[in-house]
Write a protein that binds this ligand. Sequence first.
Ligand code: ADP
Ligand code: MG
Length: 361
Amino acid sequence: MSIVVKDLVKSYGSNKVVHAISFSLEQGEFVGLLGPSGCGKTTTLRCIAGLEDANGGTISIEGEVVSDPANGIMRPAHSRNVGMVFQSYAIWPHMTVAQNVGFPLTIRKMGKKEVAERVDWALGIVGMQELAARLPSQLSGGQQQRVALARAVVGQPRVLLFDEPLSNLDAKLRDATRAEIRRLQRQLNIAAIYVTHDQAEALSMSDRVIVMDRGHIMQEGPPKDLYRRPANRFVADFVGVASFVEVMPTDDSLAWRTPDGTTIRVAEPAPATSAGGAMQLMVRPEAALLSPASAAPAGDGRNVLPGRIVEASYLGSHTEYVVEMGGSRVRIHSGDDLEHESDVIVSFAPTDAQLIPISRD
Ligand code: ADP
Ligand code: MG
């Protein structure tokens, strides 16, 4: 394992912001740490980097314990050999590109020739060799972020940590830089943790995503698992757009009843923890099909429910409709033009209907 975090606790005064979380990364794995602002992502990352002292639990990097406050172990940041990239690029305005990239090596008192070689290698990785003599003020935002990337890898770190590194770039450049970061991380074949509050970024980049809320891990897994099988309402809502219909159990564990008496079939029974009670049935907006009420009902064992369009927002590639169905309002995406306030048929496959326990808060 490249990084092992076990029961990590961090408090600021009496305010506990990380509640005994545990996770680990294998060599070469790219893990997204996703959650709303203030949930403890940066704090977790800074504890791993050694920029914050943890209050409890242990952190190991490549088998070496770098943080274990209960046993008096707290390795300083510079000896953890971690590469870190921040949202603010944190590059020095008075230093050239080469001087900025070489800075972590210069403070380690490495010889000039070796620094020059390593800087050249790091700039090569981000495609910035020709701009080595420029000052940051002569660079675009994207180029400045590449300097920060080169500086993060120049010391050949054991792991890479990213904290919302693309938030200051415009949308097009963000896409290109995402791909660049993945390419670089694959090339170096080291573990990376990528902090973001942007679910699309986390899903598109990560081998695995860890979803955090209020200092706790809510779920972790490959992007498709999180999207298709969220463990709870928080993850369902945070990872993509989701609609929910409250349903009650029937004698058949694969058939559930809406408040208005319609039966909906699901592909998998409810999680054992919530047996017996009401559940929320989640449907993703692209998983349901809308057709005019006059159309023939869908076959293939699909669920078919009558509904009524109450809102429509045209979004270019599709229209987002809000449909009243089964006593709830659901959001459904469709490429078809359907009439506002018209009666429709909503259909979706049992495999696209996911049962989720009703949250207590
Ligand atoms: P995120 O990166 O997920 O947005 P942070 O890890 O920055 O969240 O913050 C988690 C919580 O810790 C927040 O409530 C924040 O206000 C608090 N916090 C962060 N840094 C400090 C600090 N230096 N002193 C006190 N509270 C802090
Ligand atoms: Mg943060």
